[in-house]
Design a protein around this ligand. Structure first.
Ligand code: FES
Ligand code: FES
Length: 164
């Protein structure tokens, strides 16, 4: 049996304890010190631990780390590039889409996964997709606005990058 597990997180390979049953959330937070994803319900219900695995949502609290070896894991810490916040992060700040911030990493990662599959989601599509993420501070209207703003900005950016 291997003495370590190899995980691909935010484009880097990390070697972690071989206990394949440990929750991914604890490995990220305790072993890799990636503390963006938060511990909430611990039962897959609140979304505060959300990360993205191979472009799909993943509730890290109920996902054994052994289930995601060999897959691409992305966390909030992997969104900023070259010192620039991702448009979703920027929009959450600009729209004040958080109060305590406890849900925010999970919200942003859920939104990021949505935009991987749908670059121009409608408001109902955003609301439906974000159903699994709970905000106890009730920031939902501003969260939806922020996601719409980020989607627009990303579309503009993609348009600018299209070769003439
Ligand atoms: S802590 Fe994972 S869904 Fe609530
Ligand atoms: S900002 Fe407090 S739980 Fe969402």
């Amino acid at each position: 049996m291997s003495s370590v597990l190899a995980l691909s997180v935010n484009g880097s390979i990390h070697r972690v304890s071989p206990d394949a049953e440990r929750p991914l959330l604890l490995v990220l937070r305790d072993d890799l010190e990636l503390t963006g994803a938060k511990i909430g319900c611990g039962e897959g219900e609140c979304g505060t631990c959300t990360v993205v695995v191979d472009d799909e949502l993943c509730r890290a609290c109920v996902t054994p780390v052994g289930a995601v070896t060999g897959k691409r894991i992305r966390t909030l810490e992997g969104l900023a590039e070259n010192g620039q916040l991702h448009p979703l992060q920027q929009a959450f700040l600009e729209y004040g889409a958080l109060q305590c911030g406890y849900c925010t990493a999970g919200m942003i990662m859920s939104a990021w996964a949505l935009l991987q599959h749908n670059s121009a989601p409608t408001k109902p599509e955003i609301v439906a997709h974000m159903q699994g993420n709970i905000c106890r501070c009730g920031c939902y209207p501003r969260i939806v606005q922020a996601i719409q703003q980020a989607a627009e900005q990303l579309s503009v950016r993609a348009g600018l990058e299209v070769p003439r």
